[in-house]
Each structure stands twice: as structure tokens, then as C-alpha cells.
Design a protein around this ligand. Sequence first.
Ligand SMILES: Cc1ncc(C[n+]2csc(CCOP(=O)(O)OP(=O)(O)O)c2C)c(N)n1
Ligand SMILES: [Mg+2]
Length: 811
Amino acid sequence: MSTKSTAKKNTKSKTSWNKQEVLNDYKLANVSRQISLLGRKEVLTGKAKFGIFGDGKEIAQIAMAKQYKDGDWRSGYYRDQTFMMAAGLFTAEEFFAQLYGETDIELNPGNGGRSFNNHFSTRSLSPDGQWKNLMKQKNSSADISPTAGQMARWVGLAYASKLFRNVEVMQEFKTLSDKGNEVAFGTIGDASTSEGQFWEAINAVGVLQVPAAIAVWDDGYGISVPKKFQTTKGNISEVLKGFERTKDKPGIVILKGKGWDYPGLIKLFEEGVEIARKEHVPVLFHIDEITQPQGHSTSGSHERYKSEERLKWEEEFDGIGKTREWILKEKIATEKELDKIEQEAIDEAKAAKKAAWKKFKDPVKAERDKLIEIIDNRSCVCKREGIDKVGMYTEELKKIMSPIRKDIFSTAKKILRHVCLDCNIREKLQNDLSEWLERNYEDNYDRYNTKLNNEYPTSALNVSEVKSDIKPDSPEVAGREILRDNFDYLFNKYPKMVAFGEDLGNIGGVNQTYQGLQEKYGELRVTDTGIREQTILGQGIGLALRGLRPIAEIQYFDYLLYALQTLSDDLATTHYRTAGGQVAPVIISTRGHRLEGIWHSGSPLSMVINSIRGVYVCVPRNMTQAAGFYNTLMEGEDPALVIEPLNGYRLKEKRPENIGEYKIPLGVPEILNEGNDITLVTYGSCVRIAQDAVEQLKEFNISVELIDVQTLLPFDRKHIITDSIKKTNKVVFFDEDVPGGATAFMMQKVLEDQRAYYYLDAEPRTVTATEHRPAYTSDGDYFSNPNAEDVFEAIYAMMNEVNPKKYPELY
Ligand SMILES: Cc1ncc(C[n+]2csc(CCOP(=O)(O)OP(=O)(O)O)c2C)c(N)n1
Ligand SMILES: [Mg+2]
């Protein structure tokens, strides 16, 4: 019997039981338990680094998985191994592969060795980056370790069903949805419900009324801390009562079950999930009395914090033991039959472990053998100060019982250093070693360093530039109208596109960039949300994972901090942690820079770019450029942040004739003013200030080459800035982030990555804001943020340094 798929049939509420199905479930529960037990040993004996397992939760997860259908989605956490196995998405062998850190995605498709064990996902993309038919598989979004981090995305996964059911133009996407009949399954531990993420998501699904079914696996503890310290009244379903659906008020259906009650749980999940699926209502299952036979993880033992009494209770109420009792009581099988199944489970678990270990280790050993062969075949013995270090390192490597790649690779590098330089027969050894290193470097790069961003043909970096068509007589309009007309065009062009955020729907956005579009495209495509930045983003991530094209608006850049955890931990790592199996091309649209006051004028770009690698960051200087980025991003498939310049909505710009169609390439700076004396690099709202400074400097015969970087991630892919420095030999980086912020980032990119250092005649400078956040009023802004005079002075001082005669000190 396969351990993979025991939950195919939809079990009806039973009075009589299908013996085979019950026994299959029993077997699966046992296999799952056995791999957990073996898994802990694998860590404690040093074969794996860390382990976290699903023991104690087997029965409840088997019951839940029976309702998990093709097209459905999951957003869960590290306890769900049995759920994934019951769904046919995870095998015992894969369990061990994950535990060891297997990087072959054939053997570990869930995370390719990039996450801890029991961090699952399914692959939505085929190896060429094309979307698979998501309706022909059960789907799981990729788990992350931060507790409750799965909640925001879960909202979006469920919300997609609402759109697919109710938006007419979306009905044609049959490989993504069947009229929105898909349920988003969630799981969370009892202690993690203490997180704000949980409460924001629960409120959101209650408001949105979406098919979201979540189980709280309540084992009474968050590591060692019991639930009386986690939850008011120590009871999550009780405190959630105010959210509960009533006869006349929509809300959340709340159901309760016991973690050891196999027949009861099957019925509970069958009824609950049916409500979610049919009525599009969120359902929460509070599954209490669940155990944790091995404690939290391999990092500790639960005897340290659980009382004797609790430990005894856990043994007595173990779900598998209780199910055995029930099977016998119902006379579904005999003791002998169950004993046999239990033994089979032990054998299967052991076999899975052995197979996974062999597949994990053999290629590594082969790499070592190849290296040793190179050394053993050398024709000279290189000695330094009488010692054959090459031989010594090789012997040490031979002695390692279970080498890992780090051992082999670092030995190879050390050996290469000691191949002597003064004998003429060393060359072959050196060449063979270098070749080995290069080959293994590439393989390891592929294993661990690729796929931060979409590397498939669908990458936004492959979108071809289409220049904006601006004629001398093109009309001048307010910037916000360009965005509005551009969005209008995009809604028409892309039926999968939706936009949502605070005040975005009914009034068309705080800056009227969606004016009139809700009327035209409906409330579900142009939509108001509550004030809940994290789940606005989560809504976007979930939709994008399901193949839709969301623009999730965060009203002001300063408030992106509320969503930063999800942005950094979840969205930015999606493609990387699935080793290219999933992509979430959500566009996060926000507005920033230079209004007034501490929370409305920030440009914390370094905060963003240093925590969201994996998401592109566009910093347009005006609305024409912003629209061009939206057009590019909609054509590609990458997540991206677009920061519209807040003070530009009412400024006049010439409206391009090809609105909606022109596209600005990512990572290509634009030279806005050609000059010979100095290169000035900036972006966003600072461009206008820089232009002012450039004019002021002209009066003093200083010719500035002004460059707008346009996107910070990716950054200047063509090294346009260095080409400019080759001409001017001087550079200033200017923005309104903190000192050492995004200007330092740009400087590192240009001086180190692009090697512009070699072309400099003067010390490079940065012009930035002060360290505190900008104060209120225009004066507060002037004295907190950099202004045109600051830029003038920095540049003039550099010119003075280089040529004091021509540019004498002014004052
Ligand atoms: C944000 C965050 N804080 C702390 C941790 C460390 N941590 C990992 S699991 C855990 C306890 C979770 O308990 P619970 O939600 O009840 O799930 P259980 O492990 O009991 O199934 C903690 C504190 C984390 N992973 N993420
Ligand atoms: Mg717990």
C-alpha cells in the first residue's frame, strides 16, 4: 500500500465504515508517527541538523485532508506532515530528504533544501516557468518559519475564490479555478494565535466572507509556554465568539473537535469544509486535546516543562492509540491486523529513511572520491617546508565518515593553495583541481544561490522597452490623470488584474488615481479594504499565487512597515524558498517621499531594499514613469514595489499618446542631463531637487551629468553610471534616506560591483537626510531633508577640491 494517498474518497458521515479506508488511515498515521520518531533520532545522532515534526497531530490531519480537493490551497505550518501525506503531496522518503537538506528538487520538491524540514509547498510552475493546471493538483503555498506568518497569505488564497466566483471576466481561467469552488485550508498552532497576524487575518476573512477553513492545532503549548499565558481565558474558540456567524449577521463559523476523535473529526471537517466551499464563509476548527509526544522540536525535551500528569494524559489520549481502541471497539479490524499494520509502518519508515539517506549521501561521496582521485593521481608531491600539505589535507578528507559538501569544497580550496609553484609538472594537478572546483562551484551555486528573482522567460527583466510617445502637442495633464488613464487601460487589457487598498475603491484613491474605475470595473476589481496593511499584502500574495494579477496598495510608504514582516519573510522569499516552484507577481503600490512630518515624508529606502531582496523596487520620479513601470510589471511575472512620488500627483506632465503600452525597462537608469564635470545619481522626488541644483550649478560653470536610477532593485544593470563616471571622474549619490542608507547601497553597487573606483579623481560623496525623521512644515522639511542648496554645496566643494583656482571657495 502506498503511504501517499489514503484520502482520495470523500468519506460521507458514517454509520458503517469502509474498512479499507479506515485501515489505510491507520497505516498512514502510524507511518507518519514512525518517521517522526526516527526523524528525532536522525538529528540526535548528527545526521540532520534540526527537526520539527507532526507527531500527535496525525489523526486530525488525516480527517482534514479528506476534504482537500484538486484546485484547493493550503497555507499552514511545520506540523502538517500527515496532512500533506494524506493529500498525496508528501512521502515518507521526502520527509527524510527534507530533514537532511536534500537539494535535488526531484527528491525534495517542497523546498529544494532551502528551508527547514516540514516546510512544504507544491510546484505551480513547470520547469520552463509556465503555469501548470492548478485545478489538476492540490496546491500548497510554501511554509515559512515565523509563527502566524502563514495567515496573511491565507486570506488572499481564499479571496481568490471569491473573485473567480463573482467576477465575470475571470470565469474563463479554467486552469486556475472552477467558479471559485476552491477552499483555502489554513493551519496554525494554539500559541501562534497570540500573534497580531492571526487577529488581523481572522478579522479580514470575516469581513471578506471567503472560503477559508483553518484548523487551530491546540496542543496546549507554544514550545514551553502553556496557553494560559498565550490566550485570554486559555481558550481560542471562546475568545473568538464575537466573530461567530449568527442567523442574521455574517461572520465566522466556529467548530470544535478533539484531536484523538477519529470518527468525530471526519464528520466535523466534512461538515465544516462543505460550508466554506458552498457558502463562501470562513470556518475555524478549534481542535483541542492534541498531543505532542516528542515535545516541540529536536532542540529540547518536553519533560522539562510538562508535568507528570500532563505527560501521562498525553500518553493516554494519543490520537493513534485512541483510534486503535475505536477500531477494535467498532470491530473494524482485529488486534492482529492492527499489529501487522503497525509493524509494516515501522518497516516502511525505516526503508524510507535508508533510501533517502543513500540518495542524499551518494552524490556527495562521489564528489569527494573524484577529488581524492585527482590528488591520488598526481605525478608530483608538493612539499612546503618539508611538509606535503596536499597529501595531509587529502588524508584528513578521506577520514571523514559522512562528508558534507563544505568539507570537500573547503579542502579543495586549501589543497589548491598548496600546490607548489616552483615545479613544472604541477600544471595538470592545478588544472584538474581548478576544473573540479569550478564545476562544483556552479553546482552549489545552483543548489543554494539561484532563483531569488524569477529567472524564467517570464521575468520582468525580459520585457522589452517601449518608449513613451510624447509629442510636442501632447496635452499636459495632472500626473494623477496619467496614472488613472493608464490603470483604466490595464484593467481592460488584463482581466486577471485587480487593485485594492484603503480608500482605493469608492473614492478612487486618496490621490484620485483610480477615479471612476470602480464604477467601470466593479467593486471586486477596484476595491476598498480595511486598514490592515499586512493582510492587504497577504491578499495580494494569495491572489498572485493563484494566478491573478493584483495591485495591493499601501496608502503611504511610511506604513509599509506594518506589512514589512510579510513582505520580507514571505513574498521576498517565495521564489527562492520554492526553488523556482512558485512565483507571486504581486505589485505593491505605494506613495512616498517628501510630504511633511515624521510619518508622511519618510523615504526609508534602505529599510526596504535591504529586507526585500527578491522583490523589485521601482522609484519613479513622476507619474509618467510610474505608469511605465506598471506596464512593464504587468507583462512580466515578478513581485515588485512601486513608490509613486507623493508630491507629483497634481503636477502637470505631458500625457503619452501610447498610454498603457509604453514600458520602462527595469534596472536601466536614465541620463536626464548630460554633463562633463560631475555625475549626480539620484531617484524619485529627489530628481526634481537635483534638477534645481543642476541649474544653480550651471551659473558657476559646473556641468552636471544627472542620472535617475529609476529602480533600486535591480540596480543599473548596464553600468550606465560607471560609463558616466569614466567621463566625469567624480560622483555624488543623493537621496532623502538616512546617512548610510540607500546612498551607501548605490555607492557600493557603483564603486565595488561596477568597479568605478578606478575612474575617480575625487572622493565620492553622499548627500542624504538627517538621521531623525523629517519634522513638520516646509521649514521642518528644509532643515531635515536634503535640498538643492545642500546638493549645490556638496558638488561645489568637490569641484573646489579638484580645481581651487577655477572654483574658489565661495564663503
Ligand atoms: C515570530 C516567531 N517567534 C518565535 C518563533 C519561535 N517559535 C517557533 S515555534 C514556536 C511555538 C509555536 O507554538 P504553537 O503555535 O502552539 O505551535 P506548536 O509548535 O505547538 O504546534 C515558537 C515560539 C518563531 N518561529 N517565530
Ligand atoms: Mg501549540
